[in-house]
Write a protein that binds this ligand. Sequence first.
Ligand code: F6P
Length: 341
Amino acid sequence: MKVGVLTGGGDCPGLNAVIRSVVRKGVQEYAFEFVGLRDGWLGALQGNVVPLDISSVRGILPRGGTILGSSRTNPFKHEDGLRRVQDTLAAHDVDALVVIGGEDTLGVAAELSRHGIKLVGVPKTIDNDVSGTDFTFGFDTAVGIATEAIDRLHTTAESHMRTLVVEVMGRHSGWIALHAGVAGGANVILIPERPFDIDQVCGWVTSRFKINYAPIVVVAEGAVPKEGQMILKDRTLDEFGHVRLSGIGEWLAREISERTGTDARTTVLGHIQRGGTPSAFDRWLATRFGLHAIDAVKDGAFGVMVALQRTQIVRVPLADTTAKTKVVEPSLYDEFGVFFG
Ligand code: F6P
């Protein structure tokens, strides 16, 4: 059996740990052969296939990024995309794929699976927004980085008695904002799932200053104010038709400053959240996902994604997981209301 491995979408810490465990178990226990497809689905389209063996995965467990490269390519948006992917797999005698990706990459995997390509999905993303799994790897590392940043921002905010707004990643879901915001003791946490009231945010900020405390506002990049509170020129629609504000962190600091007459600044954490070495939890989860993904290949259980549910790694149909984004439940967000303001 020859297995192709690819990593697609935005990178995240732990991708190499999955590649390593897939290859090690596949070679040592099942005598499989492996190849890597470079840069996600782009490699499948272009026939960019590289050898992958035990020596290629040596020493990569703690390394961030992905040794296979990544891209956001969708073969179905290219002319003859399906046929070109099928041709690449046939040309390299690839029997099955292990596809490591988030919503978009796994969405393509689900579609290819419907066209008869044998594959198993592995969920990754710092955003933690893949349905069917309690956690994706990469998320824990990103939350750790964002929490450390918030800890640091508390002390500088206090020294200057100003509001510091921290913008974290999360286009469609507020998992990083909520977890890091709670862990870092933020005063306001704003997530895409719950349009916020800018007057209420300013009220919280003012109440913090009254007790001589400098407020920290954590905002997910996809968060938006309530209808009517945004300036039209700041508004754009993303590829899913969701409302986006370009630079929500900057927008918030400007509004807070103007409405409260106090100083406010913004820190955008950006890709720092995706870089560097994975946390111990992410290495553990990524390694387990890899071991179970190659078991699924061995069992001929295709069209599934491996997922963490409670403490177990299970197989869920790819079609179910890619049908909708896993967002923060209103009740979970509301649990922390007492800490806001
Ligand atoms: O991987 C998901 C994500 O981290 C989002 O939170 C963020 O909006 C996006 O990636 C950024 O992607 P890119 O690096 O392609 O701009």
